[in-house]
Design a protein around this ligand. Structure first.
Ligand SMILES: [Ca+2]
Ligand SMILES: [Ca+2]
Ligand SMILES: [Ca+2]
Length: 366
């Protein structure tokens, strides 16, 4: 248990000198129960005029890859950070936060501690932003390595630490065992695909052009962060001023003056950007790109769901029908067989010729 009063907690001679607030009590979390991400809210300050901070306990190299609301963390140079006594490389420091909901997580998985505190003239508070709710009592712990699931928030090897290993073939906690109590899979942060081409906006009223991009390269998984920045942009142009609005384009055509076709779509496409409305013709994928992308390697046919492996035992030569590639060893076998048959036939013919010749002489001789 820990007693905190803002001015006392950080020392009377630093940046909080003279600030006041009621004392607050706070649980101190064992670092074995630190978590890899926190989502928290701070009270509205508009009426109370309170100030809020988050205090981080983190290994120094991870500060660079920690993200606060998906942005690199901004340290206040007026707030000094200190090394944690007895914990090499661990540092502790505070960052001022606004009221509202916030998130903290690294661009890859690691564990760190976070406490929240705040105060105004009349009150003060402090509490952990979160922690793993798991037993680290090694005396009552039961070894469960055989049933371990990555990131199960259980101390499977009963060493007093929870999910302390990354799946990397290294002994991360230097206890002589490798990958014995695994953390959850590393998160994958989202990445933008390239901007798509500028197109006229789809209401046929604005003369602006717009372009879009999607956060699919890669998609964020395992709580990875979303892409930063805008998903669409506009720029002024002279769309539709003298051109025909594509809403009236005939079937299977799109774009300004209906000049483009979407022949890889089944049953028409979006009249403005050519994205397919329902599905792709066999052998192609990606509705939003107008189904211009052939099936990925190893797949063919309708919706690219048929397996080349099952049909050909490997890759397909054609993404539409799934034709199997010509096997050179098969050609060689056929050639050898044909040569064998032709050669054998020839020698048989020669033998017959010679046999007849010799038979004739024998007959004559007899
Ligand atoms: Ca575990
Ligand atoms: Ca453990
Ligand atoms: Ca280990």
């Amino acid at each position: 248990m820990f007693v905190e009063r803002s001015a006392c907690f950080v020392g009377g001679d630093d940046e909080h000198a003279g600030e006041v607030g009621d004392p607050a009590t706070c649980l101190i979390i064992p670092n074995a129960l630190f978590y890899d991400m926190y989502v928290f809210s701070t009270p509205d300050t508009t009426r109370t005029k309170s100030t809020h901070y988050m205090t981080l306990v983190i290994e120094e190299p991870y500060l660079d890859i920690l993200r606060f609301d998906d942005q690199p963390i901004q340290l206040d140079e007026n707030i000094p950070w200190k090394y944690v006594f007895g914990m090499m490389a661990w540092k502790v420091g505070s960052v001022k936060v606004t009221s509202g909901t916030h998130s903290l997580q690294g661009i890859r998985l690691f564990y760190f501690g976070c406490y929240l505190y705040g105060y105004n003239q009349g009150y003060g508070y402090m509490h952990p932003a979160g922690f793993m709710a798991s037993s680290i009592d090694v005396d009552t712990c039961e070894v469960t390595n055989a049933d371990m699931v990555r990131g199960d928030i259980i101390d499977n090897d009963c060493d007093g630490r929870v999910d302390e290993e990354y799946l990397d073939g290294w002994d991360n906690d230097h206890d002589g065992y490798i990958d014995e109590d695994l953390a959850k899979p590393n998160r994958v942060n989202g990445g933008w695909q390239a901007w798509r081409a500028w197109t006229c906006t789809q209401n046929c009223k604005s003369t602006d052009m717009e372009r879009v991009r999607r956060c699919v390269n890669p998609r964020p998984v395992n709580f990875g962060s979303n892409c930063l920045g805008k998903e669409n942009e506009t720029k002024s142009s002279n769309c539709w001023v003298r051109k025909r609005c594509p809403t009236t384009c005939p079937k299977m055509s799109y774009g300004a003056e209906c000049a483009h076709t979407c022949s890889n779509c089944v049953n028409d496409c979006n009249k403005f950007n050519g994205s397919c409305l329902k599905r792709c013709i066999p052998g192609y994928q990606d509705l939003e790109e107008g189904c211009t992308t052939p099936c990925s390697s190893g797949w063919y046919g309708d919706q690219c769901k048929l397996s080349c492996e099952e049909k050909c035992g490997g890759e397909c030569a054609d993404p539409v029908e799934g034709d199997c590639p010509i096997r050179y060893w098969l050609i060689l076998m056929i050639v050898v067989t044909v040569l064998g048959v032709v050669g054998g036939g020839y020698y048989y013919w020669r033998w017959r010729q010679e046999y007849r010749g010799s038979g004739s002489s024998m007959f004559t001789y007899a």
